[in-house]
Design a protein around this ligand. Structure first.
Ligand SMILES: Cc1ncc(C[n+]2csc(CCOP(=O)(O)OP(=O)(O)O)c2C)c(N)n1
Ligand SMILES: [Mg+2]
Length: 803
């Protein structure tokens, strides 16, 4: 049996034996970590545990063929794989369980993610790329099941781009596109739409993606009969199998306890994907869950005795041990000795991890207790503080929180007094908070010197006799310049290729730059986003086009859960500077004129959201973003492509700054704040109001996230003393967000002489047709009358009632 494996053919028995025993040690170490990890949760030292027990052996086989430059996109069962590629050791495993916030101790997320969510570091401390070809890479896991799929597609596609597009500086990212993106998913999670969308897309694109399904027949308590047609994922995927005539998938089925067959399967998969770029699906059957799904319940509740007996017998580690003995790689006694050794190693590693995690709190406690003692002596309520101190000192392993709670509560017993003891305590609280808060809140956005906010504005310049052109021409010529000068850029979307997008902003560019760089793709927004995300994680500069703003919702879950959290959940160790291009507001009908900007602003913290009012501004945003190292969503105005704009002469160079508002009409009576397509109506209303003596100042927000960094809007309100925010979102949507920024963060309330108000669309989706639009969204008349009403209330004699 062994002689059939390639490993055995190419290496000596002794070498093979060494490898087998190394694998055995990793499998046992991983299992011991799972067993002890569960106990740490049950005794309360860790909050939650989800482990990789029962999935060890296939992961060893995958690790064997996983090369430098490759990427994993997987889920919470993959601890054995991470150990086998040398990216997770025992202490780090426990540091993750305890939520150690030191990224050196807990490299997966610096304590931000629960254990079992894995990542490697793609970035240097300054945010620049490491050489990803000199390490094994794992994109950072997320908890939503199948959420790893869209990104996996992009990670695989990057190899195809690097192999086939000339001129890209690939040194840190690729060796001629030989890298594989390895996906893992649980059997039950293949029920998710993301799984099917990704599988189909990878088959169409023919990218080097090897997808492993870890099949243990269950998704928590729910059996395969409720999850999968025919209870068999590879069986129903058979139509994807490639043959002489058609490209497709290589589909491999293998049992998860059979070491030899697994090694063969992964070697075969690796060879196919690396050389031909054909995707491969490996259905790994007959896996188990020795401890059940997670620490939140026991599987004895839903597995019958037969199943539990079978699971004990077919536990992959048990079968592996039997195989090692049967094939004379070691005796049972030798393996037992190894087991014993490893048990001790894991116990020691766990202890070391606990000390590393808990010692800093104990150290701070020694600073704090004397301060509390002192505070008590200086307080009229001495006993109250002493009792807080006592409670704190009795906690065996205090959390950061415990220290702060005691310190902050103590201050309440010192209100109204001045003392050295009190200032020392305040000082301690402030220093402790300043040091602790970033451990939980840093890196939502890029903190590198290339962050988008640090990219300076460059104004568009014009020839003396610059023509007025259809605005889409400005986008097209700017994209032309971008693709001509930056080989690592590419754009893809529905109708983006052959016809040059539905509004001709990419006209002729596919012909010029090829089908890989200006590409048509299927109708599958989540994986369009995933393509962008994955390729951006491998050093490319993708522009993912979502045809209309209303369809961003299909990609929204991935944008929110994966892209927006990426820098945060890796504490700045991974980035994906993808640009998401879309167009929205004001066309016709329920699904062509939505403006859910409030929803986006709230779900996408971590991504910049830009709402340029014209195409010169939009093009400028693309130029800015390509200089920067973080993701953004750019919403072009659907009704702006055919409006005339003056043709600039510095394409690719002019840059619209982020977070900077623009006053597009000066005025003294009221400040009107708006953005995007609505602005034209606001300007119209403002001009009409001049005729009755109302002078409105109109401000274009341009950038919802970040918002008015220079706090210019409050300067306008200080002058006009009145404020109206207008947009096309639902009431309380983005307009409420804008209002909060202006009133609360910019303190505009102190300047107000009239009630600050918002004017938004109706609560329902916008109805079809010109009248549907008029009765659904704010019209010029609505805006005019709202402003007039505010002025009438302020000065009824000058502005008598309109109606
Ligand atoms: C989108 C989503 N829905 C539900 C959950 C809760 N959940 C976590 S794991 C899991 C079962 C997954 O089963 P499977 O994919 O077979 O993986 P296994 O745990 O069996 O390895 C569920 C329902 C989740 N994390 N994400
Ligand atoms: Mg399962």
């Amino acid at each position: 049996m062994q002689s059939e494996t390639q490993s055995k053919e190419s290496i000596s028995f002794e070498d093979f034996k060494t490898q087998v025993l190394e694998d055995y040690k990793i499998a046992v170490t991983s299992r011991e970590c799972s067993l002890l990890g569960r106990r740490e949760v049950l005794t309360g030292k860790a909050k939650f545990g989800i482990f990789g027990d029962g999935k060890e052996i296939p992961q060893l086989a995958m690790a064997k063929v996983f090369k430098n430059g490759d990427f994993r996109s997987g889920y919470y069962r993959d601890q054995t794989f991470m150990m086998a590629i040398g990216e997770l050791n025992i202490e780090q495993f426990f540091a993750g369980l305890y939520a150690n916030t030191n990224i050196e101790d807990e490299p997966m997320s610096g304590g931000r993610q629960m254990g079992g969510h894995f990542a490697t570091h793609s970035l240097e401390a300054d945010g620049t790329w490491k050489n990803l070809m000199q390490q094994k890479n794992s994109s950072a896991d997320i908890s939503p099941t199948a959420g790893q799929m869209p990104r996996l597609l992009g990670l695989a596609q990057a190899s195809k781009i690097y192999r086939n597009v000339e001129g890209i500086d690939a040194e840190k990212f690729s060796d001629n596109g030989n890298e594989i993106a390895w996906g893992t998913i649980g059997n039950a999670s293949t029920s998710e739409g993301h799984f099917w969308e990704t599988i189909n897309a990878a088959g169409v694109l023919q990218v080097p993606m090897v997808m492993s399904v870890w099949d243990d027949e269950y998704g928590i308590s729910v059996h395969a009969k409720h999850q999968t047609t025919k209870e068999n994922i590879s069986e129903i995927l058979k139509g994807f199998q490639r043959d002489e005539e058609n490209k497709g998938y290589e589909i491999i089925v293998v049992n998860g306890w059979n070491y030899v067959e697994l090694v063969e399967a992964y070697e075969k998969a690796s060879k196919i994907a690396r050389t031909t770029h054909s995707p491969v699906l490996i259905h790994v059957n007959e896996l188990t869950q020795p401890q059940g799904h997670s620490t939140s319940g026991s599987h004895e509740r839903y597995k019958d005795e037969d199943r539990l007996t079978w699971e004990r017998a077919f536990d992959c580690n048990v079968k592996f041990k039997e195989w090692v003995i049967e094939n004379n790689f070691a005796t049972e006694a030798e393996l037992d000795e190894i087991d014993k050794d490893i048990k001790k190693q894991v116990r020691d590693g766990k202890k070391a991890a606990w000390t590393a995690y808990s010692q800093p709190m104990k150290d701070r406690l020694t600073d704090l207790l004397p301060l509390l003692e002192n505070a008590a002596s200086n307080s009229e309520d001495k006993n109250a503080i002493l009792s807080l101190k006592k409670e704190l000192s009795e906690i065996k392993d205090p959390l950061k929180k415990d220290l702060l709670v005691a310190a902050r509560k103590s201050l309440r017993y010192m209100i109204g007094q001045e003392s050295e003891a009190k200032s020392q305590l305040i000082n301690w609280i402030e220093t402790y908070t300043t040091n602790s808060q970033p451990e939980y809140s840093s890196n939502l956005y890029s903190e590198s010197s290339n962050n988008a906010l640090s990219i300076e504005e460059v104004a568009p310049t014009y020839d003396d006799n610059a023509k007025d052109v259809d605005a889409r021409v400005i986008l097209r010529d700017n994209f032309d310049k971008i693709f001509g000068t930056r080989p690592e850029t590419l754009i893809f979307g529905e109708d983006s290729g052959a016809i040059g997008d539905v509004n001709q902003g990419l006209e002729g560019l596919q012909e010029k730059y090829g089908e890989l760089r200006v590409a048509d793709v299927g109708i599958r927004e989540a994986t369009i986003l995933g393509q962008g995300l994955g390729m951006a994680m491998r050093g490319l500069r993708p522009i993912a086009e979502i045809q209309y703003l209303d369809y961003v919702l299909y990609a929204l879950q991935i944008m929110s859960d994966d892209l927006a959290t990426l820098q945060y959940r890796t504490k700045g160790k991974q980035k994906a500077p993808v640009i998401v291009r879309t167009r929205g507001h004001r066309l016709e009908g329920i699904w062509h004129s939505g403006s859910p900007m409030g929803a986006l602003v709230h779900l996408l913290r971590g991504i910049h959201i830009l709402v340029p009012r014209n195409m010169t501004k939009a093009a400028g945003f693309y130029n800015t973003l390509l200089e920067a190292d973080e993701p953004a969503l750019v919403v072009e105005c659907l009704n702006g492509y055919r409006l005339k704009e003056k043709l600039p002469n510095n394409f690719g160079e002019f840059r619209t700054p982020l977070g900077v508002v623009e006053t597009i009409k000066e005025g003294k009576d009221i400040t009107l704040v708006s953005y995007g397509s609505t602005l034209r109506l606001v300007e119209e209303a403002a001009n009409e109001l001049e005729l009755v003596g109302i002078s409105a100042e109109v401000i274009d927000v341009q950038s919802l996230l970040p918002f008015d960094l220079n706090k210019d809007i409050v300067k306008s309100v200080a002058k006009t003393n009145r404020l109206l925010v207008i947009d096309e979102d639902v009431p309380g949507g983005a307009s409420a967000y804008i209002m909060q920024e202006i009133l609360e963060n910019q303190n505009a309330y102190i300047h107000l002489d009239s009630k600050p108000q918002t004017l938004a669309a109706k609560e329902h989706r916008p109805a079809y047709g010109t009248d549907g639009d008029y009765f659904s969204k704010p019209s010029t008349e609505d805006i005019y009358e709202k402003i007039y009403e505010i002025m009438n209330e302020a000065n009824p004699s000058k502005f008598p009632k309109l109606r």
